[in-house]
Write a protein that binds this ligand. Structure first.
Ligand code: F6P
Length: 332
């Protein structure tokens, strides 16, 4: 019997999801599998909204941002009734393998589905947040860094021109990967990370001290701070007001927002997407199920789905140390 595989993209879309879909479809077509795509994440499973995916449809797709399958979060899927409907629809459509491209929330859903549906389930990490344990990186993360960096570079131009302080908020949900790497790669002066944040007063006084030290040495200076979203309890505007008051400088807020989710994927995301997509298809003939495919030191690996959210993924120590060193730079 020809195997029937199905793909869906779920949660926050990420650049490289299309590249991953393309890799899965081409690799699966090579094996002669029937290939379907469910639309709008788990919603498509509930409504049986399904399209046939062919190699022809994959032409010119790898470089496109977004996802041709559309994405969404889906509350009804998390209920017992929702899971049962999804399982019934998969069985009716005779799906053998379901590929879920998404983040840890999507994997929780996939894991719960695995309890009542006996098909094969394989997750592929796709999120700009990189907050999924069990993989070095997630599809979309590198592009989001690139987007944030190019925006911060532009902020720096105007910050320099006016010797101003800017506060740039980046995404990441509750993880600081994007903020840390965007700050490092853009030579930002300070970064506020969820994993390192301790106290409002401490943060404010550290920043003020640095600004004053630089002003004492160099006269008027620009100063760019990267703020990870959801860290400052009262939000970016409150932080800017407090910092302006304490530093006696104007502080401009910039929220990068969803722009970080869009755009053509950079090479690293494309390479990760094709590596994981083809590896996932190579598992179809095996009994492996309930896993996410990821990379560990560049090699494709599988990890049980619960590990992706139960384990905490730590920020890379080296990057934190480097950022701390550079934040305290001394100009002679
Ligand atoms: O998980 C991806 C992400 O973009 C997070 O960085 C952000 O916190 C969240 O999704 C935003 O979600 P929404 O698009 O639903 O506002």
């Amino acid at each position: 019997m020809t195997k029937h595989i199905a793909i869906l993209t779920s949660g926050g879309d990420a650049p490289g999801m299309n590249a991953c879909i393309r890799a899965i479809v081409i690799a699966a077509d090579r094996q002669g599998y029937q290939i379907s795509g469910y639309l709008r994440g788990y919603n498509g499973l509930l409504d049986d909204q399904r399209i046939t995916l062919t190699c022809e449809r994959m032409h010119n797709l790898l470089q496109q941002g977004g996802t041709i399958l559309h994405s969404a979060r889906c509350k009804p899927f998390t209920t017992e009734q929702g899971l049962q409907t999804a399982a019934d629809n998969l069985s009716k459509a005779s799906v053998d393998t379901l590929f879920v491209i998404g983040g840890d929330g999507s994997f929780r859903g996939a894991h719960a589905l695995g309890d009542i549906w006996d098909g094969q389930i394989i997750g592929l990490p796709g999120t700009i947040d990189n907050d999924v344990a069990g993989t070095d990186a997630t599809i979309g993360y590198y592009t989001a860094i690139e987007t944030a960096v190019s925006s911060i570079d532009k902020v720096r131009d105007t910050a320099d021109a006016f010797d101003r302080v800017f506060m740039v908020e980046v995404m990441g949900r509750h993880a600081g990967f994007l903020a840390l790497h965007a700050a490092l790669a853009s030579a930002s002066d300070y970064v506020i990370l969820p994993e390192r944040f301790t106290d409002e007063r401490d943060t404010l006084s550290q920043i003020c001290k640095q600004i004053q030290q630089r002003q004492a040495k160099r006269g008027p200076v620009s100063y760019v701070i990267v703020l990870a979203e959801n860290v400052w309890p009262e939000g970016i505007n409150d932080l800017c007001v407090k910092l302006a008051k304490q530093s006696d400088m104007e502080v401009k807020p910039v929220i990068l927002g969803h722009v970080q989710r869009g755009g053509s994927p950079v090479s690293q995301d494309r390479l990760l997407a094709v590596q994981l997509g083809t590896y996932a298809v190579s598992l179809v003939e095996t009994s492996t199920s309930g896993v996410m495919v990821g990379t560990y030191e560049d090699k494709a690996v599988t990890v049980p789905l619960p590990q992706t959210w139960e384990e905490t993924k730590p920020l890379p120590d080296d990057a934190v140390t480097t950022m701390t060193t550079l934040m305290n730079e001394r100009y002679q």
